[in-house]
Ligand binder design. Structure first.
Ligand code: GLP
Length: 243
Protein backbone atom coordinates (compact mmCIF):
# COMPACT_ATOMS: atom_id res chain seq x y z
CA UNK A 1 0.00 0.00 0.00
CA UNK A 2 1.31 3.43 -0.92
CA UNK A 3 0.82 5.92 1.90
CA UNK A 4 0.88 9.62 1.06
CA UNK A 5 0.78 12.06 3.97
CA UNK A 6 -0.09 15.60 2.93
CA UNK A 7 -0.25 18.85 4.88
CA UNK A 8 -3.94 19.55 4.82
CA UNK A 9 -7.39 18.74 3.46
CA UNK A 10 -6.94 21.02 0.45
CA UNK A 11 -3.85 19.11 -0.66
CA UNK A 12 -5.50 15.76 0.02
CA UNK A 13 -8.47 16.75 -2.13
CA UNK A 14 -6.20 17.93 -4.95
CA UNK A 15 -4.01 14.79 -4.95
CA UNK A 16 -7.01 12.47 -4.85
CA UNK A 17 -8.84 14.40 -7.59
CA UNK A 18 -5.70 14.26 -9.75
CA UNK A 19 -5.56 10.46 -9.42
CA UNK A 20 -9.23 10.11 -10.39
CA UNK A 21 -8.83 12.59 -13.25
CA UNK A 22 -5.82 10.62 -14.57
CA UNK A 23 -7.92 7.47 -14.59
CA UNK A 24 -10.64 9.24 -16.59
CA UNK A 25 -8.09 10.77 -18.97
CA UNK A 26 -6.43 7.39 -19.58
CA UNK A 27 -9.78 5.72 -20.25
CA UNK A 28 -12.69 8.13 -20.81
CA UNK A 29 -15.10 5.18 -20.55
CA UNK A 30 -13.70 3.92 -17.25
CA UNK A 31 -15.75 2.72 -14.29
CA UNK A 32 -15.32 4.53 -10.99
CA UNK A 33 -16.38 3.20 -7.61
CA UNK A 34 -17.41 6.17 -5.47
CA UNK A 35 -17.81 6.89 -1.78
CA UNK A 36 -19.77 9.25 0.45
CA UNK A 37 -18.91 10.68 3.87
CA UNK A 38 -17.34 14.06 4.52
CA UNK A 39 -13.78 13.08 3.49
CA UNK A 40 -14.39 13.02 -0.30
CA UNK A 41 -16.43 16.25 -0.50
CA UNK A 42 -13.33 18.35 -1.29
CA UNK A 43 -12.08 16.02 -4.00
CA UNK A 44 -15.50 15.98 -5.66
CA UNK A 45 -15.39 19.80 -5.71
CA UNK A 46 -11.99 19.62 -7.44
CA UNK A 47 -13.36 17.18 -10.04
CA UNK A 48 -16.30 19.52 -10.68
CA UNK A 49 -13.82 22.39 -11.24
CA UNK A 50 -11.77 20.30 -13.67
CA UNK A 51 -14.86 19.27 -15.59
CA UNK A 52 -16.30 22.79 -15.72
CA UNK A 53 -12.92 24.07 -16.94
CA UNK A 54 -13.07 21.52 -19.77
CA UNK A 55 -10.06 19.55 -18.47
CA UNK A 56 -11.92 16.26 -18.11
CA UNK A 57 -15.24 14.82 -19.18
CA UNK A 58 -17.41 12.26 -17.41
CA UNK A 59 -19.58 11.81 -20.50
CA UNK A 60 -18.68 8.14 -20.95
CA UNK A 61 -17.83 7.29 -17.34
CA UNK A 62 -19.85 4.73 -15.38
CA UNK A 63 -20.02 4.88 -11.58
CA UNK A 64 -21.00 2.53 -8.76
CA UNK A 65 -21.33 3.84 -5.23
CA UNK A 66 -20.28 1.73 -2.29
CA UNK A 67 -23.40 1.84 -0.23
CA UNK A 68 -26.80 3.29 0.65
CA UNK A 69 -28.99 3.47 3.75
CA UNK A 70 -31.83 0.98 3.63
CA UNK A 71 -35.21 2.71 3.86
CA UNK A 72 -34.23 6.11 2.44
CA UNK A 73 -35.63 7.26 -0.89
CA UNK A 74 -33.21 8.76 -3.41
CA UNK A 75 -34.83 12.18 -2.78
CA UNK A 76 -34.14 12.04 0.98
CA UNK A 77 -31.48 14.63 1.75
CA UNK A 78 -29.45 12.13 3.78
CA UNK A 79 -29.54 9.40 1.14
CA UNK A 80 -26.24 8.67 -0.55
CA UNK A 81 -27.91 9.11 -3.96
CA UNK A 82 -28.86 12.64 -2.95
CA UNK A 83 -25.30 13.27 -1.71
CA UNK A 84 -23.78 12.11 -5.01
CA UNK A 85 -26.19 14.17 -7.11
CA UNK A 86 -25.50 17.22 -5.00
CA UNK A 87 -21.68 16.97 -4.81
CA UNK A 88 -20.88 15.54 -8.22
CA UNK A 89 -23.42 14.15 -10.68
CA UNK A 90 -25.57 17.30 -11.03
CA UNK A 91 -22.47 19.43 -11.61
CA UNK A 92 -20.61 17.44 -14.26
CA UNK A 93 -21.44 16.12 -17.73
CA UNK A 94 -22.05 12.54 -16.59
CA UNK A 95 -24.92 10.51 -18.01
CA UNK A 96 -27.09 9.98 -14.88
CA UNK A 97 -28.23 6.59 -16.22
CA UNK A 98 -24.65 5.40 -15.92
CA UNK A 99 -24.48 6.32 -12.22
CA UNK A 100 -25.44 3.58 -9.79
CA UNK A 101 -26.18 3.57 -6.07
CA UNK A 102 -27.75 0.57 -4.28
CA UNK A 103 -31.52 1.02 -4.15
CA UNK A 104 -32.21 1.91 -0.52
CA UNK A 105 -35.92 2.17 -1.29
CA UNK A 106 -36.10 -1.52 -2.24
CA UNK A 107 -37.22 -3.33 0.92
CA UNK A 108 -36.26 -6.70 -0.57
CA UNK A 109 -32.63 -6.87 0.56
CA UNK A 110 -31.77 -10.01 -1.38
CA UNK A 111 -33.13 -8.52 -4.58
CA UNK A 112 -31.51 -5.10 -4.14
CA UNK A 113 -28.09 -6.60 -3.37
CA UNK A 114 -28.10 -9.31 -6.04
CA UNK A 115 -29.11 -6.84 -8.76
CA UNK A 116 -26.35 -4.45 -7.74
CA UNK A 117 -23.66 -7.11 -7.71
CA UNK A 118 -24.81 -8.38 -11.13
CA UNK A 119 -24.72 -4.87 -12.57
CA UNK A 120 -21.12 -4.39 -11.46
CA UNK A 121 -20.13 -7.77 -12.90
CA UNK A 122 -21.95 -7.19 -16.18
CA UNK A 123 -20.22 -3.86 -16.48
CA UNK A 124 -16.83 -5.58 -16.31
CA UNK A 125 -15.93 -4.52 -12.76
CA UNK A 126 -14.50 -1.33 -11.31
CA UNK A 127 -11.30 0.36 -12.49
CA UNK A 128 -10.75 2.69 -9.56
CA UNK A 129 -12.57 2.40 -6.23
CA UNK A 130 -12.57 5.41 -3.92
CA UNK A 131 -12.94 4.67 -0.19
CA UNK A 132 -13.33 6.64 3.02
CA UNK A 133 -12.55 5.02 6.38
CA UNK A 134 -14.82 4.59 9.39
CA UNK A 135 -13.37 5.09 12.89
CA UNK A 136 -13.74 1.35 13.44
CA UNK A 137 -12.02 0.51 10.17
CA UNK A 138 -15.19 0.07 8.13
CA UNK A 139 -15.08 0.52 4.38
CA UNK A 140 -18.36 1.09 2.60
CA UNK A 141 -20.58 -0.11 5.42
CA UNK A 142 -18.63 -3.32 6.07
CA UNK A 143 -18.53 -3.18 9.85
CA UNK A 144 -16.09 -5.15 12.05
CA UNK A 145 -17.28 -8.77 12.22
CA UNK A 146 -16.09 -12.39 12.14
CA UNK A 147 -15.54 -12.69 8.40
CA UNK A 148 -15.02 -10.64 5.26
CA UNK A 149 -18.35 -10.54 3.36
CA UNK A 150 -17.85 -11.31 -0.31
CA UNK A 151 -20.69 -9.54 -2.06
CA UNK A 152 -23.16 -6.69 -1.81
CA UNK A 153 -25.30 -7.38 1.25
CA UNK A 154 -27.54 -6.00 3.98
CA UNK A 155 -25.78 -4.75 7.12
CA UNK A 156 -26.88 -3.71 10.60
CA UNK A 157 -24.94 -0.56 11.44
CA UNK A 158 -22.97 -0.56 14.68
CA UNK A 159 -23.84 1.89 17.44
CA UNK A 160 -20.51 3.66 16.80
CA UNK A 161 -21.33 4.23 13.14
CA UNK A 162 -24.89 5.36 13.96
CA UNK A 163 -23.46 7.87 16.44
CA UNK A 164 -20.74 9.07 14.03
CA UNK A 165 -23.22 9.55 11.19
CA UNK A 166 -25.90 11.15 13.40
CA UNK A 167 -24.04 14.50 13.06
CA UNK A 168 -25.58 14.76 9.60
CA UNK A 169 -29.18 14.02 10.70
CA UNK A 170 -31.61 16.12 12.78
CA UNK A 171 -31.54 13.52 15.53
CA UNK A 172 -29.86 10.17 16.18
CA UNK A 173 -33.29 8.50 15.99
CA UNK A 174 -33.47 9.50 12.32
CA UNK A 175 -30.31 7.56 11.38
CA UNK A 176 -31.28 4.36 9.57
CA UNK A 177 -30.12 1.21 11.37
CA UNK A 178 -29.46 -0.76 8.19
CA UNK A 179 -27.72 -0.29 4.86
CA UNK A 180 -26.85 -2.06 1.65
CA UNK A 181 -23.13 -2.16 0.93
CA UNK A 182 -20.72 -3.64 -1.56
CA UNK A 183 -18.94 -6.58 0.07
CA UNK A 184 -15.24 -6.69 0.84
CA UNK A 185 -14.91 -9.07 -2.12
CA UNK A 186 -16.64 -6.53 -4.40
CA UNK A 187 -14.23 -3.82 -3.24
CA UNK A 188 -11.14 -6.03 -3.50
CA UNK A 189 -12.06 -6.94 -7.09
CA UNK A 190 -11.55 -3.30 -8.16
CA UNK A 191 -8.40 -2.93 -10.27
CA UNK A 192 -7.11 -0.07 -8.13
CA UNK A 193 -8.14 1.50 -4.84
CA UNK A 194 -7.78 5.02 -3.44
CA UNK A 195 -8.55 5.57 0.26
CA UNK A 196 -8.75 9.01 1.85
CA UNK A 197 -8.91 9.84 5.57
CA UNK A 198 -8.59 13.10 7.46
CA UNK A 199 -8.36 14.41 10.99
CA UNK A 200 -6.82 13.29 14.28
CA UNK A 201 -9.82 11.10 15.13
CA UNK A 202 -8.70 8.76 12.30
CA UNK A 203 -5.02 8.58 13.36
CA UNK A 204 -5.31 5.34 15.35
CA UNK A 205 -7.35 3.48 12.75
CA UNK A 206 -5.07 4.62 9.90
CA UNK A 207 -2.15 3.25 11.94
CA UNK A 208 -3.95 -0.06 12.57
CA UNK A 209 -4.84 -0.43 8.88
CA UNK A 210 -1.23 0.26 7.85
CA UNK A 211 0.64 -1.77 10.45
CA UNK A 212 -1.82 -4.08 12.21
CA UNK A 213 -2.84 -7.65 11.44
CA UNK A 214 -5.25 -8.40 8.64
CA UNK A 215 -8.50 -9.14 10.45
CA UNK A 216 -12.21 -8.73 9.72
CA UNK A 217 -12.36 -6.84 13.03
CA UNK A 218 -10.59 -4.05 11.07
CA UNK A 219 -12.25 -4.45 7.65
CA UNK A 220 -9.89 -2.05 5.83
CA UNK A 221 -6.87 -4.11 6.95
CA UNK A 222 -7.59 -6.49 4.05
CA UNK A 223 -6.41 -3.79 1.64
CA UNK A 224 -2.86 -5.04 2.38
CA UNK A 225 -3.69 -8.00 0.14
CA UNK A 226 -4.61 -5.76 -2.81
CA UNK A 227 -1.79 -5.04 -5.28
CA UNK A 228 -2.71 -1.45 -6.11
CA UNK A 229 -3.80 0.68 -3.15
CA UNK A 230 -3.02 4.35 -2.53
CA UNK A 231 -3.90 5.86 0.84
CA UNK A 232 -3.88 9.65 1.16
CA UNK A 233 -4.18 11.17 4.61
CA UNK A 234 -3.65 14.63 6.05
CA UNK A 235 -0.94 15.02 8.67
CA UNK A 236 -3.41 14.68 11.55
CA UNK A 237 -4.73 11.32 10.30
CA UNK A 238 -1.18 10.22 9.46
CA UNK A 239 0.28 11.30 12.82
CA UNK A 240 1.04 7.72 13.98
CA UNK A 241 2.50 6.57 10.65
CA UNK A 242 5.86 6.94 8.97
CA UNK A 243 6.00 7.73 5.28
C1 GLP B 1 -19.92 6.36 6.26
C2 GLP B 1 -19.80 5.75 4.87
C3 GLP B 1 -18.40 5.31 4.57
C4 GLP B 1 -17.44 6.44 4.91
C5 GLP B 1 -17.50 6.71 6.38
C6 GLP B 1 -16.50 7.75 6.86
O1 GLP B 1 -20.13 5.43 7.25
N1 GLP B 1 -20.68 4.64 4.67
O2 GLP B 1 -18.30 4.94 3.21
O3 GLP B 1 -16.13 6.08 4.54
O4 GLP B 1 -18.82 7.16 6.65
O5 GLP B 1 -17.03 9.02 6.71
P1 GLP B 1 -16.27 10.36 6.91
O6 GLP B 1 -15.43 10.54 5.69
O7 GLP B 1 -17.36 11.39 7.01
O8 GLP B 1 -15.46 10.23 8.14
Amino acid sequence: MDLIIVDNYEELSQRAADIIASCVEADPACTLGLATGTSPIGLYAKLVEKCQAGEISFKDVTTFNLDEYRGLNPEHNQSYRYFMNHHLFDKVDINKEATHVPDGADPDAEHACAIYEQLIERNGGIDLQLLGLGHNGHIGFNEPQDDFPAKTHLVQLTQRTIEANSRLFDSIDDVPREAYTMGIGTIMAARSILLVATGSSKAQIVHDVMYGLVTPQVPASILKFHPNVTIIVDKEAGALCQQ
